[in-house]
Design a protein around this ligand. Structure first.
Ligand SMILES: [Zn+2]
Ligand SMILES: [Zn+2]
Length: 201
């Protein structure tokens, strides 16, 4: 996921509702259930969900159920995000931090330094990261291909040195941010998803 404005359109509402349903039920979501949650007809929802899947905003399984939305995934993604006793995957490292922050959650992010693969674990308390470094987040500039140009290169780095090495390898197309800033930015970017989660509960 990359920074976006609050959803005002059907596609945005579907994406946020998909996120909320995945978070709550922790199992694949039928498009029918998503349509009901958003209050639109199933045919329109189906078309919009397929378009979202093509753009990389949702993941569908073989039968066409939603298994990932707005960065939160039941199965796909290199980063682990635990929220309470629920284990998820995320498409990029920013997703993990932003989702924990927006949900004001207790949780844990587990990933690897993008440069040296050293394990990185970061606990969250009430949406706040337990420390503000030495790890850094690389926030890629992104492009037309959400997953390839934004999510794939958006990783945590174990410290300043590997942060700078990663920035070089990315040709400077992005920026390094601290963990606290990443959480603050993410809380705003996932605010719509967090609101949808509240509306559902
Ligand atoms: Zn992402
Ligand atoms: Zn490293």
């Amino acid at each position: 996921m990359r920074p976006l404005l609050p959803a005002l359109d059907a596609a945005g509402l579907l994406r946020e509702a998909g996120f909320a349903l995945l978070l709550r039920y922790r199992q694949p979501i039928e498009v029918t259930d998503l349509a009901v949650a958003v209050g639109i007809d199933v045919a329109s929802a189906g078309g919009a969900v397929n378009a979202l899947a093509q753009e990389g905003w949702v993941d569908l399984d073989e039968p066409g159920r939603i298994v990932g939305a707005a960065g939160l995934s039941l199965a796909t993604g290199p980063h682990r995000l635990s929220l309470g006793d629920a284990a998820f995957r995320t498409w990029c490292a920013y997703d993990s931090l932003g989702i924990a922050a927006a949900l004001i959650a207790d949780g844990r992010v587990e990933t690897n330094c993008g440069q040296c693969q050293a394990p990185i674990r970061l606990a969250f308390r009430a949406g706040n990261p337990e420390r503000d470094g030495p790890d850094r987040l690389w926030l890629a500039e992104g492009g037309a291909d959400l997953r390839g140009s934004f999510c794939t290169p958006t990783v945590l780095l174990c410290g300043e040195e590997h942060g700078n090495a990663w920035a070089d390898s990315q040709g400077g197309r992005g920026r390094l941010v601290g963990l606290a800033e990443a959480a603050r930015l993410g809380a705003a970017d996932w605010a719509g998803c967090a609101d949808a989660t509240k509306r559902l509960s």
